[in-house]
Design a binder for this molecule. Structure first.
Ligand SMILES: [Zn+2]
Length: 262
């Protein structure tokens, strides 16, 4: 599932390809499954003729500014992505929205399992508030992070993944952040203490930034990362011990019992 690093990679990709172009035509498919909070007719009307002037991201949401017409909001669900290509015929399978641009290229939004969402918003901040999203994981400062952790009841992994607390982290990157910080996924947030909270904060920033730098490709991540070895019994890259899989809140968590003491 695309998490903050993946969505940031998509945002930069749109920024380096389609930005500055104007939409001349569009194809929308399976709109009743994909479009939310706005009628497909209004989405079509708003997009057609719009110039793409800037991009933003908050958590797992990506935004494209439509000059004078607000923002196109994209969420990628479990398997979504964007693709910039010349020929219509080159559009990826499961493309749900294809924008024809004034330079002859196309920008396609792909959502294989129809779990992605497209929407419109007048402004990014308003959208974030309406959706009840917490601060973006990379915009969050240490002070507010400490306040969040010390005031939360419950285990650390589901808290890191709770989009209304911190936006952007999902199942995969929460495992990596906890592994790099040496924190057990079931550790209590409010009992982490100052030092481990700061270590967790640093790990969150480092892991997310490192993943973005490597285009969110697990095969490109440093050898010290758990992510390419998220499997029961896999070798821990730190101590050579065995990676364990446990269930937390219905989700699979991978961790090293030796490196991540409670
Ligand atoms: Zn280990």
């Amino acid at each position: 599932m695309p998490e903050l690093p993946d969505v940031e990679v998509f945002r930069r990709y749109v920024g380096s390809t389609a930005l500055g172009r104007t939409v001349t035509d569009l194809t929308l498919r399976r709109e009743s499954d994909i479009v939310r909070g706005v009628s497909p007719t209004r989405l079509r009307k708003t997009l057609c003729g719009a110039k793409l002037t800037s991009t933003r991201r908050h958590g797992k949401y990506s935004f494209i500014e439509l000059e004078g017409r607000g923002w196109l909001v994209m969420h990628f669900g479990m398997t979504g992505r964007v693709s910039y290509h010349k020929d219509e015929a080159r559009e990826p399978e499961h493309t749900r929205l294809r924008l024809a641009l004034d330079n002859g290229y196309h920008l396609s939004y792909v959502s294989q399992r129809l779990l992605g969402r497209l929407s419109l918003s007048d402004d990014v901040e308003g959208f974030v508030e309406k959706e009840g999203l917490g601060p973006d994981a990379l915009a969050l400062k240490l002070g507010p992070f400490r306040t969040i952790m010390s005031s939360r009841r419950g285990m650390i992994k589901p808290t890191l993944m709770n989009q209304s607390v911190i936006a952007g982290i999902g199942n995969i990157y929460s495992d990596e952040i906890l592994f790099q910080a040496g924190v057990h996924p079931r550790a209590e947030c409010s009992k982490l203490g100052d030092e481990r909270t700061a270590a967790l904060y640093r790990s969150m920033r480092t892991v997310l930034r490192t993943a973005i730098r490597h285009k969110a490709d697990p095969r490109e991540l440093p050898r010290s990362y758990l992510l390419p070895r998220r499997a029961e019994g896999a070798e821990c890259p730190e101590c050579g011990g065995r990676v364990r899989k446990i269930k937390i809140g219905g989700r699979a968590a991978y961790y090293c019992p030796k490196c991540q003491g409670k």
